[in-house]
Write a new protein. Structure first.
Length: 405
């Protein structure tokens, strides 16, 4: 392993890559030798990059369903497998995703979020595909940059194998999958040393016959297994932070499940995930230069939901808007709903609004973010009962009990 003598961290090189290329590189440098794939836009860029590697055997499947079922077999055999998808492909995998989580297999899947076939077909980014899986038992991490993608693939491997649960590493399609940026790629030996060998307890062993994934004898057994999975998802917050400490020592980059920006004295707070953070951060910088106390809290995970980290950055009296590039039709944004439920009773005297933006790839600009900040500054408790939409036509709100004519 090559170590930089000045910094004491693993040697690295800076390269210009897309998020898709960063994902492929992370799997390859981690020593993954098998990938089960089925092409779908915008994930196909990962597949095309990986096929150029001589060290990864890329096996085409006849559907996304068969891709994940085959990858599950690789893990049962005691080896890691690369797998990645998007949109309708992820939904097609859903039946097997419940099984992978229930079997406690630490599969790490890359997802470039794309809108589902709802009111129409579109190739634009939207997070509903991965968030549709939030009840399955899979951990879910969200990335803003190609560096995030590379780092979180490695971190997810370690965390997933510690808690014996699978994980999704997600990024907004096209914004992240196709755009190129400069990132640091560490020495391969250091990456291998960080992820180590696959460690999964209780894999099938012919010398010790056992039943895996069978029918339980009692309802109480099923209940207990479900509760245990819940406890392990919650515990993965602490596991992540522990793994991230080792990551920082080796690679020099600090990783947490939330990333605060200008939050020290913030009175107005935006909470966002993925590519939306770029426009939000740009507008927060502008407002700070004007003397307005605005901050951004970047959310890197929804499973686990990092409640403890959020509480360290939020305080009574703040006005908060959660930006969601997703929609639970008839309810509002998924991140907003989850955060509202989690913070209830834990932070007093806050105004917490939800704002839907970016659906189907509608661009979130700093100027549009500024309109939301102005609205937030004047908002009160009454506005918490509204679902806000921010699109190319501006900001508008819908009441939760609005009459349909």
């Amino acid at each position: 392993m090559a170590i930089n003598q000045d910094s004491g961290i693993a040697s690295s090189k800076r390269v210009i890559v897309s998020g898709a290329e960063a994902m492929s590189l992370a799997y390859e440098l981690a020593g993954v030798r098998i990938a089960y794939v089925f092409p779908i836009t915008p994930q196909t860029e990962v597949l095309e990059t990986m096929t150029r590697s001589e060290r990864v055997r890329v096996i085409p499947s006849d559907s996304e369903y068969n891709a994940i079922a085959s990858a599950e077999g690789v893990f049962w055999g005691g080896e890691r497998c690369a797998i990645y998808t998007s949109s309708q492909g992820l939904v097609l995998m859903s039946e097997v995703m419940w099984e992978v989580a229930g079997n406690r297999l630490p599969m790490v899947m890359g997802v470039f979020n794309r809108a589902l076939r709802g009111p129409a077909w579109t190739l634009g980014p939207q997070q509903n595909d991965s968030l549709f899986m939030r009840d399955t038992g899979w951990l879910q991490f969200f990335c803003e940059t190609a560096q995030d993608v590379f780092d979180f693939i490695l971190l997810a491997m370690r965390v997933a194998e510690r808690v014996c649960l699978p994980a999704l590493v997600c990024g907004d399609g096209f914004y992240l999958s196709h755009q190129k940026e400069e990132i640091e790629i560490p020495d391969e030996a250091a990456v291998r040393g960080f992820v180590g060998e696959l460690a999964v307890p209780d894999l099938p062993d012919s010398s010790h016959p056992a039943t895996f994934g069978g029918v339980v004898s009692t309802a109480q057994q099923y209940f207990s297994l479900s509760e245990r999975m819940h406890r392990d998802v919650v515990a993965s917050q602490d596991v992540f932070l522990e793994v991230a400490k080792g990551f920082e020592v080796l690679f020099g980059r600090r990783r947490t499940l939330t990333e605060p920006y200008a939050m020290e004295d913030a009175e107005l707070v935006l909470i966002a995930s993925g590519a939306s953070c770029g426009a939000a951060r740009e507008e927060v910088m502008r407002r700070r230069r004007r003397g307005q106390k605005v901050g951004l809290l970047k959310l890197c995970s929804i499973r686990p939901l990092p409640v403890g980290e959020m509480l360290r950055h939020l305080r009574p009296g703040q006005k908060i808007a959660v930006l969601d590039r997703n929609l639970t039709t008839g309810v509002g944004g998924i991140f907003h709903c989850e955060i509202s439920a989690a913070l209830r009773g834990l932070v007093d005297d806050i105004v917490l609004l939800g704002c839907i933006t970016g659906l189907g790839g509608v661009d979130l600009t700093p100027e549009a973010t500024g309109e939301l900040i102005d609205y937030l500054a004047a908002a009160g408790p009454a506005q918490q009962g509204l679902v806000h939409f921010l699109d190319e036509e501006g900001l508008h709100a819908v009441g939760r009990a609005e009459r349909c004519n």
